[in-house]
Design a protein. Structure first.
Length: 217
């Protein structure tokens, strides 16, 4: 954090000001010289950061109290190193639950996560598991702002999002249903099912379901 102090006044004779004689003395105009001083403080402790090499920058990407996106703070180098030493071994996982479009990202202690594997060691399970293929993720911030324009395209139509489904996206799904589902599956995302009543109503696929003889549940 930087704080700029108020101007520091100082008296300085103006060499360009004309001299004015009045009896036995000369009146010389005087000007004020001003300056500013910038002081940095640690955003964590409030301690003054006196040297540039003692300044560290921290970018906070995820936190329960974080708003729309990453933020950054300035701290003492020793404070940053203390954070590094206190780092935990964690497993970060995305949970795709039935009936929900958006995954839940969870971070938990790596040791506790490893104990969930009871059939074989977690190290074996991770080595033998198939790689997850992911498409580009839409940030929660852009979803909150209602950024829906990209979903009305073949590149993003049908991807999970919380916003309203536009008529343009529905039309793309009706006309290119199989192609879009193939792309979603290839990206490791949930596919759209004609047997899922929620999907059919959300994307306007009732007529397509009837044409294919599928009765949504």
């Amino acid at each position: 954090m930087r704080v700029t102090g108020p101007p520091v006044p100082g008296r300085l004779a103006d060499p360009h000001a004309p001299a004015r004689c009045n009896g036995s003395y000369t009146d010389i105009r005087e000007a004020y010289q001003v300056g500013q001083k910038t002081v940095r403080f640690s955003d964590l402790s409030g301690a003054i950061i006196t040297q540039d090499d003692a300044l560290a920058r921290i970018v906070i990407s995820e936190h329960p109290e974080l708003g729309d996106g990453p933020v950054q703070i300035e701290v003492l180098t020793d404070e940053a190193r203390a954070i590094e030493k206190a780092a935990l071994r964690v497993a970060v996982v995305d949970l795709y639950l039935p009936g929900e479009d958006e995954p839940h990202r969870v971070a938990m202690d790596a040791g506790s996560f490893d104990k969930l594997a009871t059939d074989k060691a977690m190290s074996e399970l991770l080595v033998s598991a198939r790689p997850a293929r992911r498409g580009s993720r839409t940030s929660p911030a852009s979803q909150a702002r209602g950024d829906r324009g990209s979903y009305a395209s073949m590149e993003h139509a049908g991807e999970p999002h919380r916003g309203r489904v536009t008529d343009a996206e529905r039309q793309l799904l009706r006309e290119h249903f199989d192609e879009i589902n193939e792309r979603l599956a290839g990206q490791g995302l949930r596919v759209i099912s004609l047997a899922d009543r929620e999907h059919v109503e959300r994307y306007g696929l009732a007529e397509l379901a009837r044409q294919r003889g599928v009765e949504p549940d």
